[in-house]
Design a protein around this ligand. Structure first.
Ligand code: ATP
Length: 895
């Protein structure tokens, strides 16, 4: 780093650092300068996210057993002076390689692009302007602006702070937050004591600040401590790993089958050279070489579909988990609701104010002291920035913006108000207390304005503000009356916030005590339009939806019931019942109650973690949404942590596995559906490929073993394999799925891609194709009395067509035979057309027919082939329809 010859950045002033790094804390780097630095320093990335290089992908294509088998077969052909066949095998090999290469390259690039979309952002000052940039583009010398909820995007020497606090536990293991300053510390200060630094990966919990980037990427502290920092891309999806294992098993199985066939053939007196070639061709035929490529392709395709529906995957392994999710713990505000709040009324001492339309509100005269103070405190005890005109930029909590808007509609200008009551101290919103306070100057007095959760604030109130502007003691009877009114408003799904104040002689008093209750403000936050459909869809899909909110139990219940949660009666647990409970000492009764609940109200973020654990211990696969810094541990712990793209903090996004670009609950369901579709597609093309391959091995093996002539020549097998394997399998991998994917219970996460019923299906499909082909071969030889060459052609055509029709046999058993994801998949029809064309070409293109040694068998022969090729289709459909083994019964029924 630049600074090594000088004292470390934390032991010198920010000005000195700015000078050393050639930057200006006021304006930041010029954009061109930043671009130049980026090319010298490289991106700000931990563990360089190297995209899969072209060379690597190319090498992939030639690193498989199949390629070596094929090369061996070609060598043997050349040895036996069969040049045409040797060349043909090499061509097949090249075509295979090219298809694999192009597909894998495109899939890898598109996945990389998608994962880039979910990168973190940083707020920097460049060329005198503040802007959001991709955190990867940060360079030393950049000026970064920090806000609560940010992940520090690089190592910074702080140049300005305003009550800035950071959680540095990722680096130091210390769980308490550290207060930052800009004063230099000794050059021997340990990491945790360098208060003037903000390190990459730590979280800003409070306050704001600015700092100069002194190190990026692997030069940062976190980069140096650990080279193994979690990073989203680059990992192999477990799905791909499992397929790889499956593929390996198959290689051994088929190589042994091929050896057996060779042995049998030699014993029956076939020429050894031919037998070796047949054996090699068989082995090649049987290995589903398309498998990994098609898997990658379907994953990439699925990821694109998810991103088109606003779900960004940060971790490939989540794709699989999504489809297995059994419970979703969702936020209320902003996820189920729109987070567009409006004040609809006030509950004051002895008076309910209902605001109707906006005109009414504007016309409303605030002669009433109670209401005037409610409006004032709402606008003063408020951290949102709101311009005065409707088009001005506004930023902040929608609830606070609504309070400002309500005051403005009543003719109270916030700027005037703030001049009248200048701000002295802000006690930021404390999630544990569920309230915030603002200490203001009011002449010679101080005015404390408080707003927060109704119960919590009321508990601190000893007096109440009356119509006459007097403050009278809050009696027990009156408290009960207030309670009743609160419950009444909450039942309508309104969000309630208590407003309170007190006047104190000077500074230094606890804001949270001995308060005067002004009243409650009622806000409406409409439910998102698509929520009840999405909730219904998840119920059909066997996935429970549970609301987890910080809001009042009655408000939560009303919203939950409007959203359609629960079956009939809603089970609501108030967070106060769970406070401080311990996972290990929890009673079974409590555990059962938690698992039954539909709504958790007044829940603090720490308890979310416990909830996730309780569900996981009960065998659930848990998806959980979150947005705040406090949600990060629970998001990490969940099987699928889902962060909000709009509302969420960078800390939450970093901890999450998936990001919702639109914050909407329905997007979770859409992503889940895609997760299931991807899995189903992979299962379908695996069944397809394997049943086709099995039939090729069996046809030759059984014929040779049973004393028939060789029904298929090696090159024919290779050609078939190329024709029937790749294209229909690709098409299946690209399928868009059907409605039924969301009417089945979630898949058991431990369930293999190919479970027992699927093995049976492979056996039945492979077996029936084999039988049909052998039957056609036999009939051609003995019934039509064709010569061996045209008979072989009959077998070839039968097998080719039967394999093409076989795509229709892998449909989801619960779907209709004519109208399902396979028949509606345009790629499937494209693949079929292409394959039929290739079969025709092989038969009637003289050169190709010659190389493949195909001899047109005449109308009768072709008719026989076509007829026999339909037999496996019929058997496959009957099997799907009637055999219980083919039905989905591996999912875990209702939970
Ligand atoms: P959800 O979980 O659905 O987002 P929430 O916003 O109510 O619900 P929290 O943010 O945990 O959840 O807030 C808990 C409670 O604290 C709120 O119901 C509200 O009463 C109070 N509260 C939230 N934000 C503020 C704020 N800025 N000022 C004062 N009180 C607040």
């Amino acid at each position: 780093m630049h600074t090594h010859s000088h004292s470390p950045p934390y032991a010198s002033s920010p000005e000195e650092q700015a000078r050393l790094l050639g930057t200006d804390a006021g304006t930041g780097l010029a954009p061109e300068d930043a671009a130049a630095r980026l090319s010298t320093h490289g991106p700000n990335a931990l563990r360089r996210q190297k995209p899969k290089s072209v060379a690597l992908i190319l090498r992939h294509q030639f690193a498989s057993v199949i390629v070596w088998l094929l090369a061996g077969a070609a060598a043997i052909s050349f040895l036996w002076r069969d040049v045409a066949e040797g060349v043909a095998i090499i061509i097949v090999l090249l075509i295979n390689g090219i298809i694999g290469f192009v597909t894998e390259l495109r899939a890898a690039r598109s996945m990389e692009k998608l994962i880039q979309l979910s990168r973190l952002h940083a707020r920097v000052r460049r060329g005198g302007k503040e802007r959001m940039i991709d955190a990867y583009d940060l360079v030393p010398g950049d000026i970064v602006v920090l806000e609560p909820g940010d992940v520090v995007p690089a190592d910074l020497r702080l140049a300005a702070v305003s009550s800035l606090e950071a959680d540095e536990s990722v680096l130091t293991g210390e769980s308490h937050t550290v207060t930052k300053s800009i004063e230099a510390v000794g050059s021997d200060a340990v990491l945790g004591d360098r208060f003037c630094m903000a390190y990459q990966g730590t979280a800003i919990t409070k306050g704001t600040g600015e700092g100069i980037v002194i190190a990026t990427g692997m030069d940062t502290e976190i980069g140096q401590i650990s080279e193994m920092v979690q990073s989203a891309s680059g990992e192999v999806a477990p799905l791909e790993r499992r397929l790889d294992m499956l593929g390996r098993k198959l290689v051994w199985l088929t190589v042994s089958l091929a050896l057996l066939t060779i042995g049998a053939g030699i014993l029956r007196g076939f020429d050894i050279a031919t037998m070796i070639q047949i054996g090699v061709a068989l082995a090649v035929a049987a290995v589903p070489e398309g498998l990994p490529v098609v898997a990658t392709l379907s994953l990439a395709r699925g990821l694109w579909r998810m991103s088109a529906r606003n779900a960004l995957i940060r971790q490939l392994s989540s794709v699989e988990t999504l489809g297995a999710t059994t419970v979703i713990l969702t936020d209320k505000t902003g996820t189920l609701t729109e987070n567009r709040m409006t004040v609809v009324g006030y509950l004051l001492d002895g008076l309910d104010v209902t605001l109707g339309t906006q005109d009414d509100a504007a016309a409303f005269e605030i002669a009433d002291e109670r209401l005037a103070w409610a409006l004032r405190v709402g606008a003063l005890c408020n951290t949102a920035e709101a311009g005065d005109g409707p088009s001005d930029e506004r930023a902040g909590d929608p609830m606070e913006l609504a309070l400002i808007a309500a005051a403005r509609d009543a003719g109270i200008d916030r700027a005037d108000l703030r001049r009248r009551y200048p701000e002295l101290t802000e006690h930021a919103f404390d999630p544990a207390r569920k309230m915030m306070a603002m200490v203001l100057e009011d002449g010679r007095h101080h005015l404390v304005a408080v707003k927060g959760a109704a119960e919590e604030v009321m508990a601190l109130c000893t007096r109440v503000f009356t119509a006459e502007g007097a403050e009278v003691a809050l009696e027990d009877a009156a408290r009960q009356d207030w309670q009743r009114r609160i419950t009444g408003a909450a039942h309508q799904g309104l969000r309630l916030l208590a407003l309170a104040m007190k006047r104190v002689p000077g500074a230094g008093v606890d804001p949270y005590g001995d308060l005067t209750l002004i009243g409650l403000v009622c806000l409406r936050d409409p439910i998102r339009a698509d929520v009840s459909d999405a909730v219904r869809a998840s119920r059909t899909a066997g996935v429970r939806v549970v609301m987890v909110t910080g809001d009042h139990a009655d408000t939560a219940r009303a919203i939950a019931s409007a959203a359609g949660l629960g079956d009939g009666a809603l089970e609501v647990i108030d967070g106060s019942a769970l406070r401080g409970i311990d996972l290990d000492t929890m009673s079974d009764e409590m555990r059962a109650r938690i698992l039954r609940a539909d709504v958790f109200a007044r829940l603090d973020p720490a308890t979310k973690l416990t909830l996730v654990s309780v569900y996981q211990r009960a065998g659930h696969v848990v998806a959980m949404t979150g947005d705040g810094v406090n949600d990060a541990p629970a998001l990490k712990k969940a099987d699928i942590g889902i962060a909000m793209g709009l509302r969420g903090t960078e800390v939450a996004k970093e901890a999450a596995h998936m990001i919702l670009r639109d914050d909407a609950f329905s997007t979770v369901i859409a992503a889940m559906r895609q997760g299931r579709v991807i899995f189903q597609n992979i299962r379908q093309f695996v069944i397809y490929l394997m049943s086709c391959n099995v039939s090729e091995v069996l046809v030759v093996g059984l014929a040779v073993g049973g004393g028939l002539p060789v029904p298929l020549l090696p090159l024919q097998i290779l050609y078939l394999n190329l024709v029937t394997d790749i294209f229909p399998a690709f098409a299946l991998g690209l399928g868009a799925g059907n409605e039924q994917v969301m009417s089945q219970p979630p898949r058991d996460p431990k369930e293999p891609i190919i479970a027992r019923p699927h093995w049976w299906q492979i056996a039945v499909l492979g077996g029936s194709i084999t039988l049909a082909t052998l039957l056609a071969f036999g009939l051609a030889l003995f019934a039509l009395e064709l010569a061996p060459a045209p008979s072989v052609t009959v077998a070839f055509v039968t097998l080719a067509l039967a394999q093409i029709w076989n795509v229709f046999n892998v449909r989801d058993p619960s779907t209709n035979a004519l109208n399902n994801a396979v028949t509606r998949n345009p790629y499937v029809w494209g693949a079929i057309a292409l394959c039929l064309g290739l079969v025709a070409l092989a038969l009637w293109q003289p050169l190709l027919a010659d190389i493949l040694r195909l001899d047109p068998p005449g109308k009768a022969g072709l008719g026989l082939a076509v007829a026999m090729s339909l037999v496996p289709l019929v058997i496959g459909q009957i099997w799907i329809r009637w055999m219980p083994g083919a039905r989905h019964r591996t999912g875990r029924g209702g939970q």
